[in-house]
Design a protein around this ligand. Structure first.
Ligand code: NDP
Length: 327
């Protein structure tokens, strides 16, 4: 059996479980490809899968996105536009590893202008931000939009896209430095929510003439869900797309009737179902990056051996923008 190194766990728990150790090298099935991984993006979902918020079977190899070089293509793989040696970016499990075996369904060939590092940094969050503002709630010119954790990986991408769509962007952050960064990426106003949400409610009312925002994009979850509902206007939309502060507890749908609001809990993986749809989304994203319309603010590229630190920094609210692991 040939071996490689990966970050895999045999139980759920904190970041002390994480280590880059020997594991079997994947053997592809006839309908799979093998990628030699160059970079893996770090996402909050990795922490949920590690901690057990999203329970997994063991042994479990972490990672949901990566970039690298195709080294093998199974005999039954069809309908692809890349070959062995090409640079690709992908959404698939087990990217915290030297090699990942995967179906080609969510693999896209990279344009020359986009580096492997940038590709792993932008794919998952960029596609999520793009589908949130075009499909979960179609952001329109003049809309009032609230973006929580506006200096985070998702936050900075959402700020840029909403601004380009002509929205008025209100962000929240926990520090002044994060507020400045969010404003440099398109937020018009930023409220510090580290001491509660009263100031946010006052600011939204003041800015919107007491009407509230058209849409709240909330990836913080448990701690912000109620205030997100509170600052929505009549017929507004709450897009609750994450749980950085913990999972949102169950609610009574009657709460939505108070202002006839819509509530959606989307995940990127259900905005496409075929390789064609995935590649089309990627091409749109690559164009935004190549045209300079979407800046990918990389917080830090960590050597894979420092994976524990990367999780601690992300969960400890010490980061802005995107974290990437170099394999
Ligand atoms: P971020 O870079 O945004 O980091 C999370 C940020 O949330 C922190 O920096 C912090 O910003 C804020 N935060 C508020 N409360 C807490 C808390 N108790 N613990 C930790 N952070 C807190 O992470 P990502 O961009 O990777 O992800 C943001 C959210 O988007 C996550 O919930 C993630 O699951 C979700 N997501 C969902 C996807 C989907 O398909 N539905 C896809 C991708 C991401 P501050 O200090 O300013 O408060």
């Amino acid at each position: 059996m040939s071996t490689m190194h990966s970050v895999h766990i045999n139980q759920h728990g904190d970041s002390s479980l994480l280590a880059y150790t020997e594991a079997p090298k994947p053997v592809i099935k006839p309908d799979q490809i093998l990628v030699k991984v160059a970079y893996a993006g770090v996402n909050f979902i990795d922490t949920y899968q590690r901690s057990g918020l999203y329970p997994q079977k063991f042994p479990f190899t972490l990672g949901r996105e990566g970039s690298g070089e195709v080294v093998e293509i199974g005999s039954e793989v069809q309908g692809i536009d890349f070959k062995v040696g090409d640079r690709v970016v992908y959404l698939a499990p087990e990217s915290y590893a030297e090699y990942t075996a995967m179906s080609p369904a969510s693999v896209a060939k990279l344009p020359d202008a986009i580096s492997l590092e940038k590709a792993a940094a932008v794919l998952l969050q960029g596609l999520t931000a793009w589908t949130l503002v075009t499909q979960a709630y179609k952001v329109e010119k003049g809309d009032w939009v609230l973006i929580h954790a506006a200096a985070g990986g998702m936050g900075l991408q959402l700020c840029q896209l909403c601004k380009q769509l002509g929205a008025n962007v209100i962000g929240t952050t926990s520090t002044e430095a994060k507020a400045q960064l969010a404003m440099a990426h398109g937020a018009d106003y930023v409220v510090n929510y580290s001491n509660g949400y009263d100031e946010l409610v006052v600011k939204v009312n003041e800015l919107t003439g007491n009407k509230g925002v058209h849409v709240a994009f909330d990836g913080v979850g448990a701690s912000t869900f109620d205030v997100s509902l509170k600052v929505l206007r009549r017929l507004g939309s709450l897009i609750s797309f994450g749980n950085a502060s913990g999972a949102v507890p169950p609610i009574s749908i009657m709460k939505l009737a108070e202002k006839n609001v819509r509530l959606m809990r989307p995940t990127l993986f259900n905005f496409f179902s075929t390789r064609e749809e995935f590649v089309e989304l990627c091409q749109g994203l690559f164009k935004l990056v190549e045209d300079g319309k979407l800046d990918v603010a990389i917080h830090k590229v960590y050597p894979i051996q420092d994976v524990r630190q990367a999780h601690d920094d992300l969960e400890g609210r010490k980061t802005t923008g995107k974290l990437v692991l170099k394999i």
